[in-house]
Design a protein around this ligand. Structure first.
Ligand SMILES: O=C(CO)[C@@H](O)[C@H](O)COP(=O)(O)O
Length: 216
């Protein structure tokens, strides 16, 4: 099975958001990755609920919502209502992660947990069995267009081993600095989903770029 691609809408032309979403609808993308930044957990503010709801209104793809916000429990029902199919919270932003993950599931969404580059995959030891997705950040979160951190490969291999040993179907998602050069290596290391922002949206033909990233 080919890797899933989740173009990050953060890199889209916000002045033509409907057009950008419609373009993704015609592509082989599997999800639309929606980056929510609060200016507190990460040093940037992106957009929030009304924009997510507007993306959902035009999207034929599932929304993979990445909450880079402190105390995300406050907003989980609202983002679910706005169209999130996957809700991913940061391990570094949750005091009671197990409760947060159950809350996401109770809302009927798939539960994801993201790890910053400095956080070891061993931190997932007691929560992994409950997760639908783990997002390994391959850049420090907050901005698109950053350089891929090489140490990510080792984290993917370790996590792939944990997932396989437990017989889980938890997806491994890689987020940040993904491009045509590292995509095959990320797949080989064990990634299931690749988030790609600037590489897709700054390319002359995003539909073709998405197809290439998938290895089709
Ligand atoms: O969450 C983030 C950044 O915090 C990512 O989703 C980026 O938006 C990916 O963008 P590129 O690195 O592919 O440009």
């Amino acid at each position: 099975m080919s890797v899933k691609i989740a173009p990050s809408i953060l890199a889209a032309d916000f002045a033509n958001l409907q057009k950008e979403v419609e373009m993704l609808n015609t592509s082989s993308a599997d999800y639309i990755h929606v980056d929510i930044m609060d200016g507190m957990f990460v040093p940037n503010i992106s957009f929030g609920l009304p924009v997510t709801e507007a993306i959902h209104r035009h999207a034929a793809k599932l929304l993979d919502v990445h909450l880079m916000i402190l105390d995300p429990d406050r907003y989980l029902p609202a983002f679910r209502k706005a169209g999130a199919e996957v809700l991913t919270v940061h391990i570094e932003a949750c005091n009671h992660l197990h409760r947060t993950v159950q809350y996401i599931k109770d809302l009927g969404a798939k539960a994801g947990v993201a790890l910053n580059p400095h956080t070891p995959v061993a931190a997932l030891e007691n929560i992994l069995d409950d997760l639908d997705l783990v997002c390994l950040m391959s850049v420090n979160p907050g901005f698109g267009g950053q350089k891929f951190i090489q140490g990510t490969y080792d984290k993917i291999r370790k996590l792939r081993q944990m997932v396989n040993e437990r017989g889980l179907s938890t997806m491994i998602e890689i987020d940040g600095g993904v491009n045509q050069t590292n995509a095959p290596l990320l797949m080989e290391a064990g990634a299931d989903v690749l988030v790609a922002g600037s590489f897709v949206f700054t390319s002359p033909d995003p539909i073709h770029t998405i197809k290439n990233l998938k290895g089709l």
